[in-house]
Design a binder for this molecule. Sequence first.
Ligand SMILES: [Zn+2]
Length: 407
Amino acid sequence: MQLRYAFRLYPDTAQQAALARAFGCARVVFNDAVRAREHARQAGEAFPTAGQLSTCLITQAKRTAERGWLGEVSAVVLQQALRDAEAAYRNFFASLKGSQKGPRLGQPRFKSRKDARQSIRFTANARWSITGAGRLNLPKIGAVRVKWSRTLPATPSSVTVIKDAAGRYFASFVIDTDPAADQARMPETDRTIGIDLGLTHFAVLSDGTKIDSPRFLRRAEKKLKKAQKELTRKQKGSKNRAKARLKVARAHAKVADARREFHHQLSTQLISENQGIAVEDLSVAGLARTKLAKSVHDAGWAQFLSMLEYKAQRYGRTLVKIGRFEPTSQTCSTCGVKDGPKPLNIREWTCTACGTVHDRDHNAALNVKTAAGLAVSACRAPVRPGAIPAQREETGSHGFPTGHRAA
Ligand SMILES: [Zn+2]
């Protein structure tokens, strides 16, 4: 299984200029590839092959006056930009055919230097290295200072350098996990647990634990709100507004970081303590039109679920998703009777059949757990799937996580 580990980078002024150049060149090659395919489509011709694009948009382009500066950056970076364009089209066509999960993708669009997130990728053959002094040595950029927030468990196969909307730089390494070490770290257990998405809490566990988002996250959210308010008060086009916007971007990044850290801690703990985990699959995309949507998005339930999912795969746990139409909040967890719908404002109810008094969320979590127990006993030997994509996609939408940890 492949995972991504991200670390903060601190390039000096010259390195920042070299990185800006590399981001720019990668962008130009990507856009040239999109343009070439667009032309072929309009002319009714076959799409140029990867080899043709590489010859024409990199090798030959370097010899021309208007693209001569492509020679100033690592050739691998340019090749990877072509790969990205190819992947963007592949995903687009797969999405058209409906063979790819998730929302419909738009046609690949041109990249702009105003895009919030800039990135370049160096593969194993790009001659990048980690120096003895712990710097990240990148071809034609130099040895960049890294803040190693944790040790890399293995030699990475590639590194992506990212600049985010808040102007921060990151190196994101791809690492292959070691199944034997993973198993030693989290031996099998007999416990199972159900997790319900709380409305007044982030989550409620079937053992009765109610989990709220931690103080460091709430504090970051408060700061973000304040920064956003300040931004709306600044005059459009003013220098102060630009400053305020950067402040919002930074506060936003801090919130995303804090939330990610919280999700990582909680998901690792749950995976470590339990063999079977059942969660309510709220199918966040489907909720987007409802009132609940905002709170669900804010709680980052989808991100949390995806962490549980890859960690379950990694550590041989069973994760069960219960459809959102299962009446977990209507069923009595004591006697199993369906007691009818309960409006969202009802926090506590008494079962009409057996008289048990239920806390709404705790009862739901207990029902979710029952489903987990059944699923775990049904498949004692969890199937280990093959390699799954690294946990963070390269084309994440907003703000890059300083996730630090992949487990
Ligand atoms: Zn009952």
